[in-house]
Design a protein around this ligand. Structure first.
Ligand code: FE2
Length: 376
């Protein structure tokens, strides 16, 4: 696990002007936050942490903060129509609004990024209560998605000022999820490179991997992807765009139903994927089904692995290897009725890549689901 240092990181290119400690939280705008919180607790094993709403003096929204190890989700719903949150849900359905990043200095993060061309979402603001101070600032990224910079080095409370501790009698056990591994954005035709440039210029990220439509294509559809990483590698944002194929790309289907660009999936890390996925399936989470033929020549493709093959095959867990090690991964079906946001569960055993060897099997499985929806 990553260790906590807040110093500016020196990279080959010099000082990292936007040192990030990792993902602080992911905020979802949802139609019913009370029910969503119950779902994420029950189905994924999150714990109740904090709450803000009318009872705490917030008039326009209710927000539930839930956590599992270092993974924090905020579920926010509007209390009335005709406001930014309600309009976001009307347009996009439930989805990711905020990818919040932990910083040492939120004022500096805002200045460094806005002076390099980022559009401001939130000017730096200091929030204080008897537990200390949190400083927030924010910038826009693709679609209606935003990055909020969170400075909490002087705060001891459960989440941030404005929230109260949320204690519940119902506390389902953890499923072993640990932290955000990466968050993927889907952007429109010819928009991948402009957003790659945004992360390079505005946030000082580097393009660490690229996949073209030859790498990511099936008989029917294609997409392109570039992985952006910050200096210390704690924050990774792959960016996908659709590519021409015989039929509709899964990225196009997302853009249609999300009605614009947005977060396609959040990858959640575990140290024991067989245990976590067994648990999640027993709680009702549905995963993409991979043809069992995928496992016939798996070991000849990826070499020896520590895990028994049978449970991987039974659960549908995919394996891929790069020069540093291997990884195990699996993808849920979309978590909404719209075919939009889904989650990846990932266990890394040395590999720092993203499962290129699994793309074909995975996208064929996605296409089978797309065809069922009549969208291929
Ligand atoms: Fe992923």
């Amino acid at each position: 696990m990553e260790t906590a240092t807040f110093e500016k990181n020196t990279t080959e290119q010099g000082i990292d002007f936007l040192p990030l400690q990792g993902t602080d939280y992911v905020e979802f705008y949802v139609g019913n936050a009370k029910q969503a919180a119950h779902f994420y607790k029950t189905a994924f094993g999150f714990q109740s942490v904090a709450y803000a709403g009318p009872e705490t003096g917030v008039k326009d929204r209710a927000s539930y903060v839930i956590r599992q190890h270092k993974l924090t989700f905020v579920l926010t719903t509007p209390l009335r129509s005709n406001n930014e949150i309600a309009n976001h849900i009307y347009k996009h359905g439930d989805g990711v609004k905020t990818l919040a990043l932990m910083v040492y200095d939120a004022r500096d993060a805002w200045e460094q990024t806005t002076k390099r061309g980022a559009k401001s979402y939130m000017e730096p603001i200091s929030l204080k209560d008897d537990q200390g101070e949190v400083v927030l600032s924010g910038i826009h990224t693709y679609g209606d998605t935003v990055h909020v910079f969170v400075e909490r080095k002087n705060y001891k409370g459960v989440f941030m000022p404005g929230y109260i501790e949320w204690k519940t009698a119902y506390n389902p056990p953890s499923s072993g999820l640990l932290y955000v591994d990466h968050c993927v954005g889907n952007v429109g035709w010819n928009q991948m490179n402009p957003w790659v440039k945004f992360y390079e210029d505005v946030m000082g990220f580097k393009n660490i991997l690229s996949f073209d439509d030859e790498d990511i294509s099936t008989e029917y559809s294609a997409l392109m992807s570039k992985v952006m990483s910050n200096g210390n590698g704690y924050v990774k944002f792959p960016i996908n765009e659709p590519a021409e194929g015989k039929k509709k790309s899964q990225v196009e289907e997302y853009l249609d139903f999300y009605d614009g660009e947005g977060c396609q999936h959040v990858a959640l890390a575990t140290h024991d994927i067989v245990k976590t996925v067994t648990d999640l399936q027993s709680r009702g989470i549905e995963f993409l089904k991979i043809p069992s033929s995928y496992y016939d020549d798996l070991i000849s493709r990826v070499g020896q692995i520590d895990e028994d093959l049978e449970p991987l095959k039974h659960l549908g867990i995919l394996v891929d290897r790069d020069h540093e090690g291997y990884l195990l991964q699996i993808f849920t079906k979309p978590l909404e009725d719209r075919p939009t946001l889904f989650f990846e569960i990932i266990q890394r055993k040395g590999a720092k890549s993203f499962g290129k060897g699994n793309f074909k099997a995975l996208f064929e499985a996605i296409e089978a689901e797309q065809a069922l929806r009549g969208n291929l």
